[in-house]
Design a protein around this ligand. Structure first.
Ligand code: NAD
Ligand code: UGA
Length: 455
């Protein structure tokens, strides 16, 4: 029986291993983490992450061939294939601070693998890492343990939160990079055999190590670039009377461009786009490639501009001040169908509104009150002016304005007449995700602002 161990029971490690266990009953999969609390949650009734469809998959496999454990060393030492799916945030200090990836967690995982290994292992980079990381990992492994053979593979993950289970069950592609040696090819084939149990052969792509590592950064940069492109056009739409939804739909009908990922909004968030682009920028700069670095940096600058522009629109529309006014914030997660608020645009928007003196009252169906308070405290906001509501009606009660910051389906179906009746007048609604019907809301009496649409 092949044994797989995954180091890191987070948004990637948990769902990815659950789907491998589901599709490969003959493989024993152990997911380990240094956080005992996270492991306890994976073993409990309420999983540590909210992801549609994940509960069923975990319930089917847990205890059968899927195990969550805090005994990191034992499972690593017993495994044939070790995935490393630890966090790789942006460095906050030292060389490359604010741009380069912080590989501290990765390095300590690699050192631990070297320490406990007694049999040959395939070590798989699942985390998103800078190109050439595999070379550093190989050095750490071989210099600390020469009794066993290690093969390092790059197998980046392309799942998106909120659709992780579906993305894993039906991936656009699985990418595996390895050394172009006999041992390297053998390792690639072993990992390919795992995915081949449910992914069609033509969707499993093999490349050299550096192409696989760089593809992940490039893919995220391209995706984020599309969002910044449509957001840049949304500003021009507002200035000219064009409608960004119409423009994006017509542009996307060009087969060379395609319709996906062209939804204008308040700006992209999430734990990865910004960090991965900053990482790409840093790598370009380290290679003296200043123009490519500046090009990709601009994707983040447009995103920051879009978030600022939204706050400015709110404040300027409300007679140039929100001081002492209650603003209901509907949605705090960085996108719908997740409870994840890492790098959510809602943090920047709340910060901007609080800075102008507003009292914000947040409602999100999945992000907990503790998390919301923690996120706002982390950016230096005092809690006096922050409220957290149990539903959208409570959040909007007595408010001067509503800001919709996450495209949760339930925000489309709210009783806006009831909400309007309970608000201060004039009642403003700023739709940062273009989820409501502006015309209908104007008929109720709201003053509506939608991204990239005529006023
Ligand atoms: P996460 O923070 O949710 O999970 C990482 C886990 O690793 C944490 O639970 C942490 O306790 C654990 N960990 C850290 N060091 C450890 C160690 N030495 N031993 C054992 N456990 C350790 O992160 P995530 O969102 O799952 O992301 C993981 C990686 O995958 C990142 O590189 C990210 O860029 C990449 N990625 C994320 C997504 C996503 O949607 N979140 C998608 C694709 C790729
Ligand atoms: C993204 C990528 O889509 C995944 O392929 C990748 O694996 C992952 O990053 C990663 O490396 O972490 P994720 O961040 O989970 O996945 O979610 P997305 O659906 O990409 O959304 C990211 C942000 O962009 C959200 O804030 C979303 O609201 C925003 N977005 C997305 C738009 O504003 N417009 C769009 O058209 C699409």
């Amino acid at each position: 029986m092949v044994k797989i161990c995954c180091i890191g029971a987070g948004y990637v490690g948990g769902p990815t291993m659950a789907v491998i266990a589901l599709k490969c009953p003959s493989i024993e999969v152990a997911v380990v983490d240094i956080s005992a609390a996270r492991i306890a949650a994976w073993n409990g009734d309420e999983l540590p992450i909210y992801e549609p469809g994940l509960d069923e998959v975990v319930r089917q496999c847990r205890g059968r061939n899927l195990f969550f454990s805090a005994d990191v060393e034992r499972h690593v030492s017993e495994a044939d294939i070790v995935f490393v799916s630890v966090n790789t945030p942006t460095k906050t200090r030292g060389l490359g601070a604010g741009k380069a990836a912080d590989l501290t967690y990765w390095e300590s995982a690699a050192r631990m693998i070297a320490d406990v290994s007694k049999s040959d292992k395939i070590v798989v980079e699942k985390s998103t890492v800078p190109v050439k990381t595999a070379e550093a990992i190989e050095k750490i492994l071989t210099h600390n343990c020469n009794a066993v053979n290690f093969q390092v593979l790059s197998n980046p993950e392309f799942l998106a939160e909120g659709t992780a289970v579906q993305d894993l069950l039906r991936p656009d592609r699985v990418l595996i990079g390895g050394r172009e040696t006999a041992a390297g090819r053998k390792a690639v084939d072993a990992l390919k055999d795992v995915y081949a149990r449910w992914v069609p052969a033509d969707r499993i792509v093999t490349t050299n190590l550096w192409s696989a590592e760089l593809t992940k950064l490039a893919a995220n940069a391209f995706l984020a670039q599309r969002i910044s492109s449509v957001n840049a056009i949304s500003a021009l739409c507002e200035a000219t009377g064009a409608d960004v939804s119409e423009v994006a739909a017509a542009v996307g009908m060009d087969g060379r461009i395609g319709p996906k990922f062209l939804t204008a909004g308040v700006g992209f968030g999430g734990s990865c786009f910004q960090k991965d682009i900053l990482n790409l920028v840093y790598i370009c700069e380290r290679h003296g490639l200043h123009e490519p670095a500046a090009y990709w940096k601009q994707v983040i600058e447009v995103n920051d501009y879009q978030k600022r522009r939204f706050v400015t629109r709110v404040v300027s529309s409300m007679f140039n001040t929100v001081s002492g006014k209650k603003v209901a914030v509907l949605g705090f997660a960085f996108k719908k169908d997740t409870g994840d608020s890492r790098e959510t645009p809602a943090i920047d928007v709340c910060k901007g509104l609080l800075a102008d003196g507003a009292a914000v009252c947040v409602y999100d169906p999945q992000v907990t009150e503790d998390q919301i308070r923690q996120d706002l405290a982390a950016v230096g906001e005092p809690m006096r002016q922050v409220g957290v509501a149990r539903d959208a009606y409570e959040a909007a009660g007595g408010a001067h304005a509503i800001c919709i910051l996450t495209e949760w389906d339930e925000f489309k179906a709210l009783d806006y007449r009831r909400i309007f009746d309970g608000m201060q007048k004039p009642a403003f609604l700023f739709d940062g995700r273009n989820v409501v019907d502006g015309g209908e809301l104007r008929r109720i009496g709201f003053i509506v602002y939608s991204i990239g649409k005529p006023l």
